[in-house]
Ligand binder design. Structure first.
Ligand code: ASP
Length: 340
């Protein structure tokens, strides 16, 4: 199995030989299964400075297992003919429940030691969207984002109001301690002491996200996060902002982002990638490169995105050292990777 994904567009048959790609044209591979149509899911578990020496073999195996479990949850929805929206929610929920990732349980802590969670999702078929920010007690923020989309007349609900909405629908609530892990507590303490630069911290990032294409040709995207360690004053990043951290439109693509949120908001990353695909008619990989390595990098922003278009082209790109990521398609591509 390939262990490395680089930044070139290659047909998947070549991919096997090269053992690397960050951009896969899964649709080109002629494999049995879905009668010409295909389905696919890609996930991320955050991007940042992930130097190999900072991670033990055991830790790496645990991260990989977490990514595999999320891929399996999303893929099984697609394989039984389910909607891309169900697939991205299923994958993100698994990552929210995994304490290794910065979403749900194991989320980073704000300056007061409290987990404050953000999530959003978008349906590329209808352009319906849902988002929640500043949650402190909702076990799976991505589920609440979906309920905002489906059961409220709104797109985004914040903090106490969002939790009141959750309670009215019987959503599972937990004490804030549920989210807090010793590793995150430690990370916050070191960060407050100024012992580590946030950008160099292995666990500083770790936001999770998923994008998918289903058999009906519909795209969806979802993202969930605890934000950034030591955040203050009700800070909200890009993850729950439709157009910045999450976007999906059947006319172009689906994108989920991870990285230093302020930069992703300022360059409206997810929507800009989709807009470039739609209006400029350029390949997805080019649009991702323009935005991530062009516009955003110029401002000094670090991070990555996962993106998929209707033709099944998948891009997993980052301008940081690493990004936890994985992809699984009905055409036989199945891979998880961390480093370049
Ligand atoms: N983008 C997230 C935020 O700024 C953090 C991350 O992706 O790690 O809240």
């Amino acid at each position: 199995m390939p262990t490395r994904m680089a930044r070139i567009v290659v047909p998947m048959v070549v991919l096997a030989a090269l053992a690397c790609t960050c951009v896969v044209r899964a649709a080109e591979v002629d494999a049995a299964g879905s009668g010409g149509k295909m389905f696919a899911i890609a996930i991320h578990g955050g991007a940042g400075t992930l130097s190999r020496s900072d991670m033990s073999a055991e830790q790496e195996a645990n991260y990989r297992a977490g990514l595999e479990a999320a891929l399996a949850a999303g893929y099984s929805q697609l394989a039984r003919g389910g909607a891309s929206l169900d697939a991205v929610v299923a994958a993100v929920r698994v990552l929210e429940d995994n304490p290794l990732f910065n979403a749900g349980r194991g989320a980073v802590l704000n300056r007061d030691g409290v987990a404050e969670l953000d999530a959003s999702l978008m349906d590329g078929r209808t352009l319906a969207a849902g988002a929640v920010t500043g949650l402190q007690h909702v076990k799976n923020p991505i589920d609440l984002a979906r309920l905002v989309m489906e059961k409220s007349p709104h797109v985004m609900l914040v903090g106490a109001g969002a939790e009141e909405f959750a309670k009215s629908l019987g959503v599972e609530m937990v004490p804030n301690e549920y989210f807090r892990t010793p590793a995150r507590q430690n990370q916050l303490e070191r960060s407050l002491r100024g012992a580590v630069s946030r950008e160099n911290e292995l666990e500083a990032f770790g936001t999770v996200g998923a994008v998918a294409l289903d058999l009906a040709g519909n795209l969806a995207a979802a993202t969930s996060t605890g934000g950034m360690t030591g955040k203050r004053w009700g800070r909200v990043g890009d993850s729950p902002i439709i157009g910045a951290g999450t976007y999906a439109n059947n006319e172009s693509c689906a994108v989920s982002a991870t990285g230093h949120g302020e930069y992703f908001i300022r360059t409206v990353v997810a929507h800009d990638i989709c807009a470039q695909v739609e209006y400029l008619k350029i390949p997805l990989a080019k649009a991702v490169d323009n935005v991530l390595n062009g516009k955003m990098k110029k401002l000094g922003g670090n991070g990555g995105v996962i993106a998929i278009d209707r033709a099944g082209e998948i891009v997993l790109e980052f301008n940081s050292e690493g990004m936890f990521r994985g992809v699984k398609t009905s055409k036989g591509l199945h891979e998880v990777a961390i480093y370049r």
